[in-house]
Design a protein around this ligand. Sequence first.
Ligand code: SF4
Length: 406
Amino acid sequence: MKKILGMNLEYEEWQELLKSLGEPAYRADQICQWIYEKKVDVLEEMTNLSKDLRALLEERVILGFPRRMKGERSRDGTKKYLWAFRDDATVESVLMRHGQHRTACLSSQVGCPLDCAFCATGSGGFQRNLEAGEIVGQFLAMEKQLEGPIQNIVFMGMGEPLLNQENLFKSLRMLRHPKMRQLGIRHITVSTAGIAPGIQKMALIESPPRLAVSLHAADDALRSELMPVNRLHSLEELRRALYFYQEKTGDRITIEYLLLRGINDEADHARALVSWLRGMHVFVNLIPYNASSEGENFFRPPFPERVISFQKILEEKGINVEVRRSRGGDVAAACGQLKKKELEEKTETPAPSGRTYGMGEKKKEKAKDRRGRPREMAEGSPRGEDRKKRTEKPSKGPSKKRRFPD
Ligand code: SF4
């Protein structure tokens, strides 16, 4: 008999399973209490179930939170975990503290197909979607480690949640179900790189979560270079989806904007952002690029005065804006870094930064240009070609001065 994965079951599915075994419906309450309240993921330890029922379930169900492979604590209190699933695929989750409140940053995919230029996860490629139980499992495993509740969730870890919609939406139902984790939907934020159709679909689910969008540029050419997903879903399409989400939910949307020196941190870029945000109720998080993040050979943190003037331009136009310092810099808290570190420790060779991730040493060396940058970032790749074209024919407006720093 093929066993089912118990962590993937919603409350009603537990009820059905137990009914099929001739058990009363309240057994589902008991099992969910063990898993979601007491963080028990072993049937043997569910002592208010009869021995016979436990034996029956053992034959049909596999339970278990993800295994902790690594855990690190930053000076600012941020904790970072690396979890492994049954197939040994690994993902990261981060736990942040804000006063008395804790926020878990969860992953939704193993790796990520979107390949953003500044991201360690994207450079490692995509392996698979996480199942709903694996998404929820990261959260419960963290609560078990902490021996206490976590109040908020942000989907900002590895992967693009809206490319794994069904499992994401199922995990949201499980997290907020009154018989399961009972988390208020207002305490959950889904962050997307801009999957416009997914945003529209999420607006229509029962109790949509809060929405955050990683924008990082408000003109298509630059955004496509930083985030190739923009070639599929342009800024205009994204803006229409955000209007729709706001119309349906009435919620303020969070805009994440990573400031990269000389690339997207100038006054023209700030003005382009102001104009793109027109008519939307938003909160903007400016995130100065962290030098310890992936891609440090390539991207640089903005100068502090640039950050201040960028913020001022937004404020003067009445936009709510805050500069957010990235947390956990000393524990490689940018997504994908802990996994990369683990890989380096296992292989005893540094995992390459940038787009050559996963290649052999010879290939890696070949793939670098004279400055030690991954060659495909400099030439030949879609991004490299874009940059070449712009160097040859500088266009008007914000993109005129755009270039990657040497
Ligand atoms: S930043 Fe997010 S969406 Fe972009 S590659 Fe990394 S994980 Fe994927």
